[in-house]
Design a protein around this ligand. Structure first.
Ligand SMILES: Cc1cc2nc3c(=O)[nH]c(=O)nc-3n(C[C@H](O)[C@H](O)[C@H](O)COP(=O)(O)OP(=O)(O)OC[C@H]3O[C@@H](n4cnc5c(N)ncnc54)[C@H](O)[C@@H]3O)c2cc1C
Length: 339
């Protein structure tokens, strides 16, 4: 049975099947709903339920607290309508004109960036391009239809050659394949562009925070900023376990030397005596440098644990919720179910 969902303040009305997530129906209708992980872990697709009831057939999403539910918040990548709904959700207009497509891509180059991170360059077929906003991601569609998400590390100008940074996930179906079997000239099926992680049009200084391969979308954002001659104040923090995990540290140092941005690398597992930079958790280093975040935007990408740890502390430091943007590098939903 279908239900009617009215999205405010855009005032768009869509039809949603009772076994369909509100997010899926909204995206299908061309509404730029914010989203990231699509498995209920990250909370990027939070919205307010003004009227009606939703259900969660896969169980209540981990990111949704009792307080959130009491405040009538819902996680729309998981929420199914149980009645007609009226919902308040931010609309991302920049993605409105994008066409999300599945296409083949040929592996042009594979490079070891670190012991457990490979750089992968994918060439699109001639005359094909992907209309990307710097910071967005794509899905690799596996033979059985399962999907694995990876941020695009190259700026949109190179939209026919897409760069990915892939961390080996122990026991991982796709990343294991990349590390063991994938060769130059092999074909992959990809779908994109996806996600709503990109630099918003704002005069506020932006703090960019990467955890591990969370550097990938931020690299695209910074390269786009450089190509566009952007004047906005940017500050990059890159958190990793050890120095060798900062796999493009020299590139980031080069940006800093050129006056593009400020840069602080932060190691959580630094070897005593061999590192003179910041240590500990990356979000704590951010707050040590910027104790108040009232007049800033924050962009975070990387492990969900980093994002979940940072979010409440940043809000307590005055960061407005609408100025916090993130991509949580979660495992795919099927891996969570299978695992
Ligand atoms: C928007 C987005 C962008 C991303 N961008 C990047 C990127 O640029 N670079 C990058 O390296 N990664 C990125 N990721 C993460 C990446 O998608 C996953 O690491 C990938 O899906 C792993 O695929 P796999 O098939 O190798 O592993 P899977 O087969 O999916 O899982 C591997 C194993 O881990 C287990 N597992 C599942 N969940 C957890 C958990 N929470 N904790 C511990 N173990 C778990 C599974 O059960 C399984 O046994 C991104 C994720 C998202 C959502």
């Amino acid at each position: 049975m279908n239900h009617t969902v009215r999205l405010l303040p855009a005032d768009l009305t869509i039809e949603v099947g009772s076994d369909e997530a509100v997010l899926e129906a909204a995206l299908r209708a061309g509404f730029g709903f914010p989203y990231s992980c699509r498995n209920g872990s990250c909370g990027a697709c939070f919205g307010e339920l003004l009227k009606g009831k939703v259900g969660y057939p896969n169980g209540r999403p981990p990111v949704l607290s009792d307080a959130d539910e009491a405040a009538r918040l819902a996680v729309f990548c998981q929420a199914r309508p149980l009645s007609d709904l009226v919902v308040r959700a931010e609309e991302i207009t920049q993605t409105r004109t994008q066409t999300v497509r599945v296409m083949p891509a040929r592996v042009e180059r594979i490079e070891d960036l670190a012991a457990d991170v490979k750089g992968l360059w994918l060439r699109l077929p001639p005359h094909e391009r992907m209309d990307i906003l710097a910071g967005q991601y794509l899905d690799v569609v596996l033979r059985d239809g399962r999907r694995r998400s990876f941020s695009i590390a190259s700026a949109p100008q190179s939209d026919c050659l897409l760069e990915l940074h892939i961390r080996l996930c122990p026991g991982g179906r796709f990343t294991g394949y990349v590390f063991e079997a994938l060769r130059v000239r092999d074909l992959l099926r990809i779908e994109g562009p996806l996600g709503t992680f990109f630099l918003r049009d704002s005069p506020l200084p932006a703090i960019l925070i990467a955890g591990g391969t969370g550097f990938a979308p931020l690299k695209a954002i910074v390269e786009q900023h450089i190509a566009a001659g952007g004047q906005r104040e940017l500050y990059l923090f890159w958190g990793a376990r050890a120095r060798e995990d900062l796999y493009l540290h020299d590139l980031a140092c080069g940006w800093q030397a050129a006056g593009v941005l400020g840069y602080t690398p932060v190691l959580s597992n630094a070897v005593a005596g061999s590192w003179r930079g910041a240590t500990g958790w990356v979000h704590e280093a951010v707050l040590a440098r910027f104790p108040r975040l009232d007049a800033r935007e924050v962009y975070m990408s990387g492990p969900p644990a980093m994002i979940n740890a940072a979010r409440p502390d940043f809000v307590a430091a005055g960061l407005a919720r609408e100025n916090l943007h993130f991509d949580a590098f979660d495992y795919a939903e099927d891996a969570l179910r299978d695992g």
